[in-house]
Design a binder for this molecule. Structure first.
Ligand code: SF4
Ligand code: F3S
Ligand code: FES
Length: 237
């Protein structure tokens, strides 16, 4: 089938402002949007810049706005996205465009680092010397937020983040949630202090764009609500 692909192009080294690149290519309806972008890059215009690695929804590197919604290009089938023979593709919002689909991810990862996204436990290792055991229920408590692949679809779909890039953003809160509710961890209070600051969880206005955008199906807004509740009540349960 024929596809008219509109791609927002911008190379700050030579372009004064972004413009729409328009490409007519042959695709299979079961191809992914990533396949179409690669077809353009490999056969029409090799200067098109985008990130991708696994091509199977695991690495999180090809987040972009597809028909106005944040998605992973490798998880979107052409048949589900095409409208009147056309698909539009733009870079995610709220982060500086370096070239075409490639944005500067450093502010996103700075927010991620700010919530201590690793297990903290200063107790000596258990007798068996291997594992800190927990019950199935304790493990289940934070299971949903372990699925995050740090793609930034959530944070860059959030109006609060667009308005103020200092907002820590839903992805960092999801990562904090993953450790705050882990019975083996001992740094929940430090993370909650970061998240109680002016650019922490209270910037979330419960818009739900993040939940809609998450390619892993994580209940992002629910996780944010649980962190807010822990801050309000002082109870981590
Ligand atoms: Fe991506 Fe979902 Fe993680 Fe956000 S919570 S970074 S949308 S995987
Ligand atoms: Fe933004 Fe999600 Fe909250 S879109 S406002 S972080 S519910
Ligand atoms: Fe890895 Fe899409 S290329 S998630």
């Amino acid at each position: 089938m024929k596809l008219h692909l509109k791609i927002k192009r911008f190379n700050p080294e030579i372009d004064k402002k972004p413009y729409w690149g328009e490409y007519d290519i042959e695709v299979d309806e079961m191809d992914r949007v990533l396949d179409a972008l690669q077809e353009v890059k490999w056969t029409v215009d090799g200067t098109l810049a985008l990130r991708r690695s696994c091509a199977h929804g695991i690495c999180g590197s090809d987040a972009m706005r597809i028909n106005g919604r944040n998605r992973l290009a490798c998880k979107c089938l052409i048949k589900d996205e095409i409208k009147n023979g056309q698909i539009t593709v733009e870079p995610i919002l709220g982060l500086k465009v370096q070239k075409d689909m490639i944005v500067d991810m450093e502010p996103f990862f700075a927010h991620y680092r700010s919530v201590l996204p690793f297990l903290v436990n200063k107790d000596p290792l258990p007798e068996n010397g291997r594992e800190r055991l927990q019950t199935i229920a304790d493990r289940e408590r934070f299971d949903d937020t372990t699925k995050c692949i740090l793609c930034a679809c959530c944070t860059t779909s959030c109006p609060s983040f667009w308005a103020r890039g200092e907002y820590v953003g839903p992805a960092a809160i999801v990562q904090a949630h993953r450790f705050i509710f882990d019975s083996r961890d001992q740094a929940a209070q430090e993370r909650l202090e970061v998240l109680s600051e002016v650019d922490g969880v209270w910037r979330c206005r419960t818009v739900f764009n993040c939940t809609d955008a998450c390619p892993r199906g994580i209940e992002v807004t629910k996780a944010i609500g649980e962190v807010k509740a822990a801050l309000r009540t002082g109870i981590i349960a």
